[in-house]
Design a binder for this molecule. Structure first.
Ligand SMILES: NC(=O)c1ccc[n+]([C@@H]2O[C@H](COP(=O)([O-])OP(=O)(O)OC[C@H]3O[C@@H](n4cnc5c(N)ncnc54)[C@H](OP(=O)(O)O)[C@@H]3O)[C@@H](O)[C@H]2O)c1
Length: 290
């Protein structure tokens, strides 16, 4: 395993057998409204992806369900052939319907089809990392993950997937998945105001597994809290910067994939995440989600 030097905040993390920057990028917001259809600003979307890689980001998160297929196709247009350093993580387990819903789709046939579609739309022979997404649009739901993981392992053995992760999962499903195959990450909703996974993050850190929070800035509902505004005002920065810096400081196994459709926001977020928060700042921020 090689360690890539980076000037990005947070440094790097060994995601299984690949080294990635802890400051990554989530491509979901590049699709059209409510993650359906093409972006309003196609050239702007391409510019954000290229800028992310030029800034040194080596972890880009996507899914065939975004658009559907829109963010994968944008990533391919902007970045293919991909630099060896860049890891693209995708996820399977849901389709999109005509109303923009996210119906679950995780029979073995569904998963094989989604892996094939991801390979085609990203233009690769092997997917770097596939997250098995469980739950639904409201969050994790109980239910067995074993059959789905076994299907992904079968595709991994065929050389179509390099590494596996899980997403939108309960703690029980993480344990169940790990009985089927090694996983390198868990991608769940987590941010300053949603701290339900605190114990899981610590358990994964002890085992060297990454935790990748989605909606790190609140997703469709940007984070808002008096404590967040107060700390941002005290440090003369914006709340988004504080939210990202806090995540990087939360635990070294936390990898960021904040989304944005704007180069200016991408650069602002990279700069902001480098802030060092004092113990007093962290105590104040911890009051939001506890
Ligand atoms: N596994 C799953 O089930 C799942 C679910 C959801 C998302 N995800 C992944 O997680 C990633 C992150 O989630 P997300 O993008 O939905 O939410 P997010 O990162 O919490 O927030 C993105 C939103 O914040 C805004 N934003 C970003 N930087 C900003 C700044 N400096 N100032 C003001 N606004 C700013 C963006 O608007 P602008 O475009 O205007 O910057 C966008 O609307 C996604 O891209 C996706 O890859 C995974």
């Amino acid at each position: 395993m090689t360690t890539t030097p980076t000037t990005l905040p947070g440094g790097t993390w060994n995601l299984g057998d690949r080294t990635v920057t802890r400051f990554g990028y989530g491509a979901m917001q590049l699709a059209g409204p409510w993650v359906m259809g093409p972006p309003a600003d196609h050239d702007g979307a391409i510019a954000v992806l290229r800028d992310a890689v030029e800034q040194g980001i080596t972890h880009i998160d996507t899914s065939g369900a975004y658009g559907p297929h829109v963010t994968n196709e944008l990533i391919r247009e902007a970045l293919h052939p991909y630099p060896d350093s860049v890891l693209i993580s995708t996820k399977v387990g849901a389709n999109r319907d005509a109303e923009g819903g996210w119906p679950t789709a995780r029979t073995p046939d569904d998963l094989r089809k989604q892996v094939r579609e991801n390979l085609e739309t990203l233009g690769v022979e092997t997917l770097d990392l596939v997250n098995m997404r469980m739950g639904d649009a409201t969050g994790p739901q109980p239910g067995s993950i074993t059959e789905a993981m076994e299907t992904l392992v079968e595709l991994q053995q065929q050389g179509l997937i390099r590494q596996l992760g899980v997403s939108n999962v309960t703690t029980e499903q993480v344990a169940e998945a790990r009985k089927v195959a090694p996983i390198v990450c868990v991608q769940n909703m987590y941010n300053l105001a949603n701290r339900g996974d605190d114990p899981l993050i610590d358990d994964l850190a002890a085992d060297g597994i990454a935790y990748v929070p989605f909606f790190p800035l609140g997703g469709f509902t940007p984070l808002q809290a008096d404590a967040l505004s107060n700390v941002a005002a005290r440090l003369d920065t914006k709340p988004m910067a504080i939210a990202l810096a806090w995540l990087l400081q939360r635990s070294e196994n936390v990898l960021l994939i904040p989304g944005t459709s704007k180069v200016a926001h991408l650069r602002e977020n990279i700069a902001g995440a480098a802030l060092s928060l004092s113990e007093k700042d962290v105590i104040e921020l911890d009051s939001i989600g506890r």
